[in-house]
Structures are given as structure tokens and as C-alpha cells.
Design a protein around this ligand. Structure first.
Ligand code: CO8
Length: 374
């Protein structure tokens, strides 16, 4: 029989700064008022659309978000700036993203009882990397003193699960015994804080997981990976066009279409059934049904999406214990959401309990792991 592969450690790190809905809305509304005043003549002529006010009540009701963490609060709420102010670091200094990756990685390694010398590979997998090369993963590898190899990969909202899939396969292939997967979701620089449709959605965080062979796992809480399953389906409904091509395209690399934007309603309608069907099919591979699952560690984009997906799967609403929500505190953290839900809500499971860890989002991309407590 092929060797069992397990998740033996998870780490969640959040920045010290938060922005509440009220703070965010006050800043955006002041910006909108100033914008409308400055462009009044064009707005009256119908050439420019007036910026409508945002509302804290709308945000909480539409998304379940009450606050978000932010790596650097300076500048993000400044009506003259509307983006974080993060000083550029020298090439000789640790990069911002490697720094937050290290926080989460150390927590995951500690939970897994692993030293750097136990790890064979590092995957940094997230929605954006702050540079193309050298890979953030190789920088982290050096900082931790890990032998072997590392690489970065991008799969938007499914970067974390797809990274875990690659770790699983590398171990199954015998190319590694222990892999560290890190998701440093430093997304605030890509948020358009002047757009009321999306200014509230995202927060910064870093998560990490350790995957290894069952025989080497000594942690207290170990999850057998029964299998992994991935699906992608091309969609233009969630886009971020920031690109090295802008220089050659002679276009503004920071224009609104270069930042995160989406057709949120369409995403909601299309992704919910895709995710529910995907999960059901994945469970069926193990002759399991949703009723057999003790815990749902689902992607955290919108509380109403999670409610709907659980209803489709279970035929009833899932309790907060069955399908934990972390959106109120963390907001949407790109690929890290399901890993945060796992990290904060897995220690109470009993031996033999099943859990599903699943992401869904831009691409579209869906990634799942069926787990069973050892
Ligand atoms: N305040 C007040 N009113 C608002 C606001 C606001 N902030 N925003 C929108 N409204 C208005 C709208 O303009 C609209 O008004 P009208 O009816 O007059 O046209 C009304 O409220 C209703 O708007 P919506 O129909 O858009 O509202 P919804 O109930 O659909 O909620 C959501 C909007 C919350 C965006 C919802 O559609 C949603 O969550 N959809 C799912 C989207 C999703 O999951 N996307 C995944 C994106 S994450 C991802 O893929 C990772 C990418 C990498 C991360 C990068 C980060 C930078």
C-alpha cells in the first residue's frame, strides 16, 4: 500500500493592525465626497460617475466581515492616498512577504514538532508575490536554514490548497518526506480603496502547513490526507491585471482595472454550485457523503456563500461548530481563509473524524483535501 501522507502542523499569523468597517467607510466616504466635489461639472455633464457612499451595515450583511488585518495601516485610510504606505526595502534586507511567511512557518513547524533539518522543500503559494525572482520560498528556505529546494506558485484563492496538493504529490512520489507550504497573503497593496464594491473585502494574513509521511509525524494533532482534488474553469469575473507587461503596453500599471475587481454577483451564483458539486464528488471517491463530515474548513470569501454551499451539501444549515467562519475577524484573506478556519478549529476533533478543507475563487479554481483525524 502507498504510504500515508498527513498534515501535521498549521500556523496562522496576523498583523498587529486592524481596520474596522466603520474606519474603512469613514475614510472611503470622505474620499467619495472630495472626489464628487472635484468632478462636479463632469458628473453633472454625465461624463464621470459620482462615487456613492459605502456603508458598514451593508458590508457586514453582504459579507459577514466586521474588520480586517492590515500589514501597514499608514496611508490606507488617508483620503489623499488611499493605499498603504510601505517603505521599499533594500535588496540586502528581508522582504516584507518573506517576513510574514516566516511568522506563520515557525508556528506550523512548532505545531508539527519539526526542525528545519526535517524539511525537504518549501512552497510559497499565494495570490501575489512581491517580486518575480528570486523566489520568496527560496528566501524563506535560507532564513530557516532548510536544505533541499523551494519555489513560488500563484493560484489566487486556491493557492493554499493547490500548494498542499503539490506537497502531497511530492511526498507520494518519494521526492520529499516533509514539505512546508506557506501562504503569505499580503493583499492590501492590490486593494482599490477608492472602489466601494471591493474596498471592504480583503485582509492581510499569513498561514502555513506542514505535510509529511505518517511514519515521521509526531505531532499531537495529525490528519491523514485521504486524497486531494482540484478543478479549474476559466472566468473573467474576478481579475487582477497588474503586470510587468504594462511598461511595454504603455498603460498605467496602477489603473483601476489593474487592481482587484470582480463581478461579485456572478461569482456568487457560479461558484457556489461548482464548489458544492466538487466537494460531493470528492467525498464520493471515499464512499462518504456530506453527513459523514464532522468539520468543514471552507474558503472564506463571503458568509452567505458558505451558508449556501453547506445547505446544498447537508440539506440544512451547518452550525458554527461544523463550518466555522473567520470572516468577521479576518475578512477574505485570498487563499489563506480555509487554512485559518482549519488552524483555529481542528484540535477538538476525535480520532476517525472526517473534515473537508476546500477553497474556491478566482480562476475559477477549486481545491479540496479530505482529511481524517489520526
Ligand atoms: N456599501 C453600500 N452599498 C454597496 C457597497 C458598499 N460598500 N458595495 C456595493 N453596494 C451596493 C451595490 O452597488 C448595489 O447597489 P444597486 O442595487 O443600487 O446596484 C447593492 O449594494 C447590492 O450590490 P451587490 O449585488 O454587489 O451585493 P451582494 O449582496 O452581491 O454583495 C459581494 C457583494 C459581497 C461582493 C458578493 O457578491 C460576494 O461576496 N460575491 C462573491 C465574490 C467572491 O467570492 N469573490 C471571490 C473574490 S476573492 C478571490 O478570488 C481571491 C483573489 C485574490 C485576492 C486578491 C486581493 C486583492
Amino acid at each position: 500500500m502507498a504510504q500515508q501522507i498527513v498534515v501535521s502542523g498549521v500556523g496562522v499569523w496576523n498583523p498587529e493592525f486592524t481596520i474596522t468597517n466603520e474606519e474603512l467607510v469613514a475614510s472611503y466616504n470622505a474620499y467619495a465626497d472630495a472626489f464628487n466635489k472635484e468632478h462636479q461639472a463632469d458628473i453633472d455633464a454625465g461624463d464621470v460617475a459620482a462615487k456613492p457612499h459605502s456603508s458598514a451595515e451593508f458590508i457586514e450583511k453582504a459579507s459577514g466581515i466586521k474588520q480586517r488585518y492590515i500589514y501597514c495601516k499608514d496611508g490606507a485610510l488617508d483620503v489623499q492616498r488611499m493605499r498603504p504606505s510601505i517603505p521599499e526595502r533594500a535588496e540586502t534586507e528581508l522582504s516584507d512577504q518573506a517576513e510574514i511567511a516566516l511568522h506563520a512557518a515557525k508556528k506550523a513547524l512548532a505545531e508539527a514538532n519539526k526542525q528545519a533539518s526535517d524539511v525537504d522543500a518549501v512552497i510559497v503559494s499565494c495570490a501575489y508575490t512581491q517580486r518575480s525572482y528570486p523566489a520568496i520560498a527560496i528566501e524563506v528556505q535560507k532564513q530557516l536554514g532548510i536544505e533541499g529546494f523551494g519555489f513560488d506558485m500563484l493560484v489566487a484563492c486556491s493557492a493554499a490548497t493547490f500548494g498542499m496538493h503539490r506537497a502531497y504529490e511530492m511526498i507520494a512520489a518519494g521526492n520529499a518526506k516533509c514539505v512546508l507550504v506557506i501562504n503569505p497573503e499580503l493583499v492590501s497593496p492590490q486593494i482599490n480603496y477608492t472602489d466601494r464594491d471591493s474596498h471592504f473585502i480583503f485582509g492581510d494574513v499569513a498561514t502555513a502547513t506542514v505535510l509529511e509521511t505518517a511514519e515521521t509525524a509526531t505531532a499531537e494533532h495529525v490528519y491523514n490526507v485521504l486524497s486531494t482534488q482540484a478543478l479549474t474553469k476559466y472566468s473573467n469575473n474576478i481579475r487582477s491585471n497588474f503586470s510587468y507587461m504594462s511598461r511595454a503596453n504603455d498603460v498605467d500599471p496602477y489603473g483601476p482595472d489593474k487592481l482587484f475587481h470582480q463581478a461579485g454577483r456572478k461569482v456568487f451564483k457560479e461558484v457556489c454550485p461548482l464548489a458544492a458539486d466538487h466537494i460531493e464528488q470528492h467525498l464520493a471517491r471515499h464512499s462518504l457523503t456530506p453527513a459523514d463530515v464532522t468539520r468543514w474548513w471552507l474558503h472564506q470569501a463571503n458568509i452567505n456563500m458558505n451558508t449556501l454551499i453547506c445547505k446544498r451539501l447537508l440539506g440544512r444549515e451547518a452550525s458554527a461548530q461544523e463550518a466555522p467562519i473567520v470572516l468577521d475577524e479576518y475578512a477574505n484573506t485570498a487563499s489563506a481563509g480555509s487554512v485559518i478556519a482549519f488552524g483555529l478549529n481542528h484540535k477538538d476533533l476525535h480520532q476517525g473524524d472526517y473534515g473537508v478543507l476546500c477553497s474556491f475563487g478566482a480562476g475559477y479554481s477549486i481545491g479540496s483535501l479530505v482529511l481524517q483525524k489520526r
